[in-house]
Design a binder for this molecule. Structure first.
Ligand SMILES: C[S@@+](CC[C@H](N)C(=O)[O-])C[C@H]1O[C@@H](n2cnc3c(N)ncnc32)[C@H](O)[C@@H]1O
Length: 240
């Protein structure tokens, strides 16, 4: 492992805003913060933050969205989630430097997310430029596949929203999942900058590392905003 990665991993251990559970803290059991992020994580850092709604960014990479949303909206708490510690180091360090008490990071595989959040604990989810999983048979691994929507249904509050921002037309095809399951779709756009949607929704103009790369390649950026309509199970639309 490179020296730079080791330095970041060591510094990660010093950040108050980064949770990195051991595998046995969550394997087939609930993490101690499940259902208690308000009081035990945000409230410990700033008591007035304990009751604020919680927003997640899944696959946050360097955490640009989590930090950007947190800086723009002091009325909510934000948690960026990713498995890659060296990437999240950037977000945790930036949020620490900016003194953002409403921003935190969680290092875990999203497959374990049910161990971390309790019923109705989360009000909103952002999924920014997730891996498109294009190989045949990998569709179920997409963060918007019916398998993952069922995970999110365990903790997304009634009326909660999921935002998907991606360059991938295959991922934007989550529209098929939404339609097949009769989920409420609040916005669907195949080119947010072309259609000026970034001006209508200012938080859509926050740019991640991957987004900048795709914009440099001239790719249009798509956006979907939808809810889970109170459903717990979702029909699989992918071919077996
Ligand atoms: C293509 S990158 C996008 C990163 C960031 N959202 C951006 O736009 O710059 C996808 C990120 O998702 C993370 N990721 C993918 N699958 C994951 C999983 N199952 N659990 C946790 N993180 C995952 C990867 O580690 C990676 O940082």
């Amino acid at each position: 492992m490179g020296k730079d990665k080791l330095r970041k991993f060591a510094e990660n251990l010093t950040f108050e805003n980064l949770v990195q559970p051991e595998f046995d803290e969550i394997f087939r059991r609930d993490h101690a913060l499940k259902g208690h992020w308000g009081e035990d994580f945000f409230g410990r850092r700033a008591p007035e933050r304990a009751e604020k709604p919680i927003v997640l960014e899944l696959g946050c990479g360097k955490g640009e969205y989590t930090v950007g949303l947190g800086a723009a909206d002091p009325e909510r708490n934000f948690i960026g989630i990713d498995i890659k510690g060296a990437r999240m180091w950037r977000g945790a360090k930036t949020a620490t430097g900016m003194g953002l008490a409403n921003v935190g990071f969680l290092r875990t595989r999203i497959e374990f997310i049910g161990s971390f959040f309790g019923p109705d604990e989360v009000s909103e989810i952002w999924i920014t430029f997730p891996d498109p999983q294009l190989k045949k048979g990998r569709e179920k691994k997409r963060l918007t596949s019916p398998v993952f929507l069922a995970y999110y249904a365990q903790f997304l509050a009634p009326g909660g929203t999921i935002h998907l921002k991606t360059d991938s037309r295959e991922l934007h095809d989550t529209r098929r999942v939404i339609e097949a399951n009769g989920l409420p779709c609040e916005a669907a756009c195949v080119d947010i900058y072309g259609e000026g949607l970034d001006a209508i929704h200012p938080t859509l103009s926050i740019k991640t590392t991957y987004e900048r790369r795709f914009l440099d390649e001239g790719k249009p950026i798509t956006y979907l905003r939808f809810g889970l309509g109170g459903r717990r199970e979702f029909e699989m639309v992918y071919d077996e």
